[in-house]
Ligand binder design. Sequence first.
Ligand code: 9PG
Length: 592
Amino acid sequence: MRLVVERLELDDGDAWTATPARTSLGAHEIDLSVADGWGDDGVPGVGPGAAETWSWSVARSAPGVGAVRAVRVVFRVLDARGPIRMLRHGYQSWSPSDVAVFGVDRDPSLAPGSVELIRAINQADQRIVTHADELRSEWVTVLVDDDGQPIVVGFDGGDRHDGTLRLRTGPSGVELCAEAFLGDAVLGSGERRTLHAVTVATGAPVDELLAAWAAMVGRRAGARVDAGHQVGWCSWYHYFHGVTRADIDTNLALSDEWPFDVFQVDDGFQSAIGDWLTVSERFGGDLPSMAVAIAARGRRPGLWLAPFLAAPDSRVATEHPEWLARGVDGEPLVNMFNPPWEGGRGGSMYGLDTTRDDVREHLRALAATLVDMGFEYLKLDFTFSPSFDGVWSDASFTPAQRVRAGFDAIRAGVGDDVFLLGCGVPLSNSVGVVDANRIGTDVAPAWSLGPVESLLAGYAGTKPATRHAWSATAIRSFLHRRVWVNDPDCVMLRTSETELTPEAARTWARAVGVSGGMVIVSDDLALLDDEARSVLDEAIALSQAADRAARVGDVATCPDLLDGPEPRRLRSVAGDLVVETGDGRSTFRTAG
Ligand code: 9PG
């Protein structure tokens, strides 16, 4: 199988225009050039296999301003033998990744009843795909056929715009579109935007190709990959929204014998989504005294927030309606629906307009205040919010730039030393600003998925299930310490108040360990016995060993990545884990 560039396409929001001539497209022109090697600073011969990198830019050549929805370089897929399999890499932390079969599997947006809100949360482009056989991957993909020679195609960054790979049958056969998604960003007359280069690489095993791609992306973005190994406690997966200050104090008091570095309070403390400096009456206490209490116990105080969301009845939304992103109807955009948050509209949440200077100043000051209170670790959640289609104050921003601007404002507020963990984050947008990212769906006190609400039609894989978290941990293992520190999500240790079998809980803890990622406990410590402690101690030892190797380039791999829809294996210097995905049992061999 091979890829040959055939044409360029541009969507100005109304229509697609195409050219084989590689230059002018109506009001715009695209400049495309190719060089051998990885990345547009690539050196031929360096890196595994054979790589070529397509560098490109788009300019508005006509007078006046105009929107650009997307720009594509379209490759013809030639000489494929047998069905083409495609790695579908998910858009944000919780968006599933899998291996789909072209011509058989369908894009989730085509599921009957798929909901635009859920599509906007889980894809760069929230519209339904236009081709019945289309498969999409975000940021990077792998194609493989019966010849077994994988081809990796990836964008060399994601902070200027998203990148979507679309495999489909076009006018002249099967094609792969590498799409720079600008999301209707407005270009001025004569303005040129340099796009993220597209690297196509083959001729080496898939783990080597993905490793080289991730390393190249991390290098180019100045990835923050030097944070220490993380072990901690998080309130979410036992207490959920019901957490109280008393629960925090109780667990702190029990924590002396536990090896936690960070102690992170999750969702449930805040007086409203958007009002992060005040706690609810139900939670009790106040933030500064909580940070002091955590630090007094020798832990780094950590706090969850969803910085770009605002409940309709929050102070931030009612005092600053001008800060809210809007739809074309002039009403505030709804960027999340989560009934437990209530908020005046039954759980519908608004989004802050991160293209506004005053909103970014608010985010900067908020983050700085939390640090002044004593927090050293922030989990920034639901951060996909600024990516939605809508009316944004500064229309020149791409969705990726809106997300990034929010993160950059927070980084400016916290300084260089505070640990930022992205969650629900459009992954490609955040390299170089976060220290770590959640790289999978939430775990749950159950292995497999329960019943799925119709809201999630097509997107059931985004729903919490430990099995989903396992799959993401294996598939995205290659990102660890190359673009950030991977957070696979919390280990699940308790044996009461859970549907996870002890075998499945141990499998998951070992997966976290073998991955080398963060090891965070999320149980009421009073429920944990010696057996739970030994599961944790093993996970920490494995993870420390795997992470030490990852820091010098020996990162965990998924040996059966391309063998089926869902991986079963994860391997690193810490050991080799083989998982029965149906029920979460596993076999494990340590490396030594
Ligand atoms: C707090 C949690 C935890 C968790 C995060 C995130 O309704 N939803 O679709 C939905 C999706 C994810 C989610 C919660 C709700 O989990 O991943 O660790 O911090 O938020 O609310």
